[in-house]
Design a binder for this molecule. Structure first.
Ligand code: OOG
Ligand code: MG
Length: 242
């Protein structure tokens, strides 16, 4: 019998909300190979009728890079079914061990950012215990699972350094700054536009970029109300339902 491909294994894990062991030798150490698996994984979703709506960057903070022992950002693909309306629900039953992190999102049109918004990203590693190597997380579409975007507004220079809070049930759980995202989250736009072009990613005219987490991620518990507050930009929120 043929072994399922790494993309099939990860796709099955996401659809069944059951974690799988790390892929190890089935994947190999090469990050370029891992991006090919990611492309195959997302292709399966598109073949089922999902639409590509944007990209996300990960490991954009020095702290996360040091933690992973890497010097480059990672990126993943966002589809329409990952989008959660502002204030909407995340069904914990369709996830494995989701976490939430505060981010900023950019609307990218014609290769530049035309608007910015506060955002919450839901990440959900398909690997047991949220443990993975760099190629493994790349293959797993960088743990992408869901995202909420708040109200769009003009991009101003102040975006470089705004205070960020992650609140759970009205209590501050994480504190950070947009400056944690590549020193200035606007750099994420240039980076993502370059990556999309270099990898022939077929994005729509107008697409969303999640620039990267401004703080550590927090596990989603049943009933939790999660809100990202970005100074001057406002809020984006979601509820975790069991
Ligand atoms: C990988 C995804 C990281 C970010 O904003 O840094 C990410 C993970 O930590 O599971 O989305
Ligand atoms: Mg993220």
């Amino acid at each position: 019998m043929n072994h399922p491909t790494p993309a099939a294994v990860l796709d099955g894990a996401q659809r069944s909300a059951r974690a799988v062991p790390q892929l190890g030798d089935a994947l190999g150490p090469d990050v370029a190979d891992a991006y090919a698996v990611q492309a195959d994984l997302v292709r399966r979703r598109l073949d089922r009728g999902e639409r590509l709506v944007g990209l996300k960057l990960g490991l954009t903070s020095r702290a996360k890079m040091l933690q992973m022992g890497v010097t480059d950002v990672i990126w993943g693909r966002l589809t329409d079914t990952m989008r959660i309306p502002d204030g909407g629900a995340v069904d914990l039953g369709t996830h494995i061990h989701p976490k939430a992190e505060p981010e900023v999102a950019f609307l990218v049109e014609g290769g530049r950012a035309t608007a910015v918004a506060p955002a919450v990203e839901v990440i959900d590693s398909r690997y047991v215990d949220f443990r993975f190597t760099l190629p493994e997380v790349v293959a797993d579409n960088t743990s992408a699972a869901g995202f909420v975007v708040g109200a769009w507004q003009p991009v101003t220079p102040e975006v470089a350094n705004l205070g960020v809070l992650l609140e759970i049930d009205g209590r501050v759980a994480q504190v950070g700054s947009t400056a944690a995202i590549l020193g200035d989250p606007r750099r994420a736009v240039d980076e993502a536009v370059r990556l999309a072009a270099g990898h022939d990613v077929d994005l729509p005219e107008s697409w969303v970029l999640l620039a990267g987490a401004a703080t550590a991620a927090v596990p989603l518990r049943p009933g939790a109300h999660v809100r990202a507050v970005v100074e001057q930009l406002g809020t984006a929120s979601l509820r975790a339902v069991a």
